[in-house]
Ligand binder design. Structure first.
Ligand code: NZQ
Ligand code: ZN
Length: 386
């Protein structure tokens, strides 16, 4: 097992009707900015619950944060914060609203002239403006981690950021929010969380037995509850397990002491930047082909994953590993997630070259657990994904 440090300061309030707890979690004297997306919270009752809980607080609002949150929109919120003397942020939404709030938290205190540098130059935020979240879409884990992904469509860039100052102070997880989710978002959530676990697990054996079993248990639970949540989003037990799986998949715990990959995410973000494809769907396009391309390096863990998650007992190690990749693709298909780039865009043929070029420009020469995924590998993986 590798050496590690682990600190996750986010307080989780999980369960039915926990939104009411906002009244005590949001500092009483603060001037609060409530941040939300395109308005789903006004239709499903979450907005009303938040407003009721915060009726004694000084509260301003900023809506309209897009899925794949846009830099330009977020900068308007930063301006509002400075004008109004806001000192606490409350994100109410899915990964996009929470990620957008993290960028705003960083930009609100950033001393430089150009906030885009936080993303372009990868500036870590040691201390941002404090914020909490009310999660409305289980998927990204953003509610309990310190990372964010921000889009800037005028230059077709989607960039990651983060730092220890960007953990939410608290996050409220009420599984009842799952009831109003469209099927597409439930499918995305299961796929995103599943791939988060694979990014931290499908590497090479390092003798981290407990981390492996944490990872496998999240995968097995998602396989078990995924169809149930899809069939009936009001099944509270299924929704609660789905939600907690998504949080546990990316709150830092399962990646401690083990090598991690993340190349699937880095390549996949380019597909969202170029074509606007939902984040989870870009992962389903790239992940299986990344595993095929890196087969020799990953085959031991692939076979273990096949045995323990998919009950593949027959065949050689290589055969089990190959069958595990196929099981993953089949699982995505059961979620009605298509796994080829050509299923999403007709313009796919130049994509591999564009991704190659972007990796070159950014100097991304060594992604993945073995630091082998550079421009050439990324190009080949995207080609395999057509
Ligand atoms: O905008 P509103 O009206 O709220 O509607 C949203 C949006 O259209 C809707 N929605 C959310 N909760 C709902 C609901 N509709 C009905 N009922 C509810 N309870 O769902 C749509 C998608 O929301 P979004 O927040 O974009 O989805 P998701 O949570 O999947 O977040 C995706 C973003 O997170 C980033 C992705 O790249 C993408 O930008 N990620 C963030 C990560 C992180 N911070 O750790 C890790 C991930 O790998 C990922 O990259
Ligand atoms: Zn993801």
């Amino acid at each position: 097992m590798l050496n590690f440090e682990f600190k996750n300061p986010t307080k989780i309030l999980f369960g039915k009707d926990q939104i009411a707890a906002l009244a005590k979690e949001v500092p009483a004297q603060s001037k609060v900015l409530l941040l939300y997306g395109g308005g789903s919270i006004k239709k499903n009752g979450v907005y009303d619950q938040v407003k009721k809980a915060l009726q004694q607080h000084q509260l301003l609002e900023f809506g309209g944060i897009e899925p794949n949150p846009e830099y330009k929109t977020l900068m308007k919120a930063v301006q509002l914060i400075k004008q109004e003397g806001i000192d606490f942020l409350l994100a109410v939404g899915g990964g996009s609203v929470i990620d957008g709030t993290k960028f705003i938290s960083a930009a609100a205190v950033y001393p430089g002239d150009n906030s885009w540098d936080i993303l372009a130059r990868g500036i870590r935020t040691e201390k941002g403006m404090p914020f909490g979240s009310v999660l409305t879409l289980p998927a990204t884990g953003s509610e309990m981690n310190s990372g964010a992904v921000i889009n800037r469509s005028e230059i077709q860039e989607k960039r990651t950021m983060g730092g220890p100052g960007l953990f939410p102070v608290f996050s409220i997880l009420d599984p009842q929010v799952v009831q109003s989710l469209p099927a597409r978002q439930i499918q995305n959530g299961i796929t995103d969380a599943f791939t988060h676990v694979l990014e931290q697990y499908l590497t090479y054996p390092i003798g981290a037995l407990l981390q492996d079993r944490f990872a496998e248990s999240i995968l097995q639970t998602l396989v078990e509850v995924g169809p149930k949540v899809q069939k009936d989003p009001s099944d509270y037990t299924a929704a609660a397990n789905f939600m907690w799986c998504c949080t546990m998949a990316l709150n830092g715990l399962i990646q401690k002491g083990v090598p991690t990959d993340w190349a699937t995410h880095m390549i996949a973000h380019e597909l969202t930047a170029l074509y606007g494809i939902d984040h989870a769907r870009t992962l389903a396009i790239i992940a299986p082909n990344l595993y095929r391309y890196t087969f020799e390096d990953k085959k031991e863990k692939l076979a273990q994953y096949g045995e323990r998650v998919w009950n593949i007992t027959q065949g050689t190690l290589e055969e089990k590993a190959e069958a595990a990749i196929q099981k993953t693709v089949d699982f995505f298909h059961t979620l009605e997630i298509k796994t080829r780039l050509s299923d999403y865009t007709d313009a796919y043929e130049q994509t591999a070259d564009i991704v190659y070029q972007r990796f070159e420009e950014r100097g991304w020469k060594g992604l993945g657990e073995r630091k082998k995924i550079g421009p050439d590998a990324a190009r080949r993986i995207v080609e395999l994904s057509y």
